[in-house]
Design a binder for this molecule. Structure first.
Ligand code: NA7
Length: 536
């Protein structure tokens, strides 16, 4: 039995920084990682075209000046191999690997009130008893394979974007069927189309995508960012999106038609999330959102030559941004290729898979390779995948049966000494996620330091404080258009999952201030018990 102070689940960016921070506090820590290397979602998501959709300079740690000065990003949006190399570099640079158990999965975690420790079992038979359990399991780490009728009849190769073979896939000459049109699909479709004999995309919901205008980072840009990193990071922390990219506060409805069109063109030319960050009313006013959506639909029609295909690609059933905006390179252009076709599953639903492809209500579609770009059981999937039993034997998945509730999105009532990095109820995926991770790890480190200095053995979120927080998160989201689309933010891609908007939508800067105020008040909303007797 190993008895570390902290057991961390996951060696992605959250787990790596948590380990580094725990060491700085003088705590012993162990990380359990299912993969054979660090990187988390970037270890598994090796599909062609996988890239970050936040710019590389933001998609990186800020906690070490030496690290950010030494590392050079090759492109505005880094590829998966480059991001994985960065994670490996961080692990080596801070000598993290020696405290990580790779190829090991946690199978259960049970709170032992007598010992004030988490008893953790793994699939390798190794047990741990840790004072603190930190879930650094990521928001997008449990791939979702939907219930597709008679999929087992299909005789060809089946791939999921989030479980891509390490050796890659050669699509040359293959007939490929691809289900999905979320970010993973939109990034991989242009690349698969260049190799495949034919690619048929099966779309259920047309999605909004904006151009990445990805390009190499020039030596001058690199120099400029590195000279100004400190100020850029501070600027990012003061924004709603927690991104070093510019955040505008212009109201679309405040602009006349000419100015509006010019503003949309400017954002389009900048590319990426600037289209969403630029406006104060985009995510709160249906009319403002419709104007922006109309602009994107016009761009789709200008790009895609076949008018029928263009209409199918035009999103109509959700506000722009309510499903995560996609950032692409040549996505819409790809439909001008003669070897690419688009099937709209709303017009012709899938009836069943067959040995040579699938049959819709309109007829058979043949392919020999199936790519499922069907997403994730997001934000809670990894937390409910195995037994986590808190005080009084309560299972986390039962506690969350009606939807996840976590105080500040980091701690759960009934689950003492248990913390979730970028958990539901925190900005997480609505912020630049590396900053969201850093803020959580640093805030939690402050709490653990407070516990150490004051002899606190047991930390538990107060149930009423948690209920208040959950209400506040829901209220914040209701004021926006985020709740008006069926998205993984709401859990609506997983049948039976309660429809709850999971991220904190009021903005990173707002959230960070609340967290800091709570810390300054001596961690209000938490029960902190000083010694074993009091704790019981
Ligand atoms: P997403 O964004 O959840 O996309 C999944 C896609 O798969 C989406 O287009 C779904 O359509 C489609 N899907 C899911 N189930 C089905 C079935 N049963 N039939 C047809 N189509 C289906 O996942 P991604 O991996 O692309 O991206 C996730 C995040 O990772 C992304 O937002 C970035 O932050 C990185 P639907 O829209 O549900 O109709």
């Amino acid at each position: 039995m190993i008895e570390p102070d902290i057991l961390i689940v996951g060696a992605g960016f959250a787990g790596l920084y948590m380990l580094h921070s725990a060491r700085k506090l003088g705590l012993s820590a162990r990380v359990i990682e299912a993969g054979q290397d660090v990187g988390g979602t970037w270890y598994w998501n090796r599909y062609p075209g996988a890239r970050c959709d936040v710019e590389s300079f933001s998609y990186s740690y800020s906690f070490s000046e030496e690290l950010q000065q030494d590392w050079t990003w090759s492109h505005r949006y880094a590829t998966q191999p480059e991001i994985l190399s960065y994670a490996r570099h961080v692990a080596d640079r801070f000598d993290l690997r020696k405290d990580i158990s790779f190829g090991m999965r946690v199978t259960s975690a049970t709170w032992n009130e007598e010992r004030l420790r988490w008893q953790v079992e793994t699939d390798k038979g190794q047990s741990f008893a840790a004072r603190f359990l930190v879930m650094a399991t990521g928001c997008l780490s449990v791939p979702k394979v939907p219930d597709l009728p008679h999929l087992e009849d299909f005789r060809g190769q089946v791939l999921h974007t989030a479980k891509w073979p390490e050796q890659g896939v050669d699509f040359t000459g293959r007939k490929v069927g691809l289900v999905g049109t979320g970010s993973s699909a939109i990034q991989s479709i242009p690349i698969i189309a260049r190799e495949a004999g034919h690619l048929t995309v099966f779309q259920r919901t047309a999605n909004f995508s904006v151009p990445a205008w990805n390009a190499p980072v020039s030596p001058a840009q690199d120099r400029d960012v590195k000279q100004n990193y400190k100020a850029l990071r501070a600027k990012g922390r003061a924004t709603h999106a927690g991104d070093i990219a510019d955040e505008g506060y212009v109201a679309i409805l405040g602009l006349d038609e000419k100015a509006r069109e010019a503003a949309f063109e400017t954002c389009w030319a900048q590319g990426g999330f600037s289209f969403q960050y630029a406006y104060s009313d985009l995510m709160v006013s249906e009319e403002a959102n419709r104007l922006a959506a109309d602009f994107v639909r016009r761009k789709i029609r200008e790009t895609v030559r076949d008018p029928k295909t263009a209409e199918r690609l035009c999103p109509r059933d959700h506000p722009l941004g309510s499903k995560r905006l996609c950032v692409d390179t040549d996505y819409y252009e790809t439909y001008n290729r003669p070897n690419v076709s688009l099937v709209d599953l709303r017009d012709e639903p899938i009836e069943r898979f067959t040995p040579g492809g699938l049959k819709t209500s309109a007829g058979q579609h043949d392919f020999d390779t199936l790519v499922l770009a069907t997403g994730f059981d997001a934000m809670t999937g990894a937390l409910t995948a195995f037994d986590i039993r808190g005080a009084n034997g309560m299972q986390l998945r039962d506690a969350w049966a009606g939807g996840p509730a976590a105080y500040l999105g980091i701690a759960v009532a009934g689950f003492p000494n248990f913390f979730v990095i970028t958990g539901p109820g925190s900005p997480s995926v609505l912020a630049s996620v590396l900053l969201a991770i850093e803020q959580h790890v640093e805030w939690l480190s402050g709490l653990l330091n407070h516990a150490q200095t004051n002899g606190i053995m047991r930390i538990e979120a107060d149930r009423a404080a948690q209920a208040g927080w959950t209400k506040r998160v829901a209220k914040g989201a209701e004021k926006t258009l985020f709740t008006k689309g069926n998205s993984w933010y709401l859990g609506s891609n997983v049948p039976g999952k309660p429809r709850v908007f999971m991220p904190f939508a009021d903005g990173f800067c707002v959230y960070e201030k609340i967290c800091n105020d709570i810390a300054a008040e001596g961690y209000s909303g938490f029960h902190l018990a000083r010694d074993l007797e009091i704790a019981r």
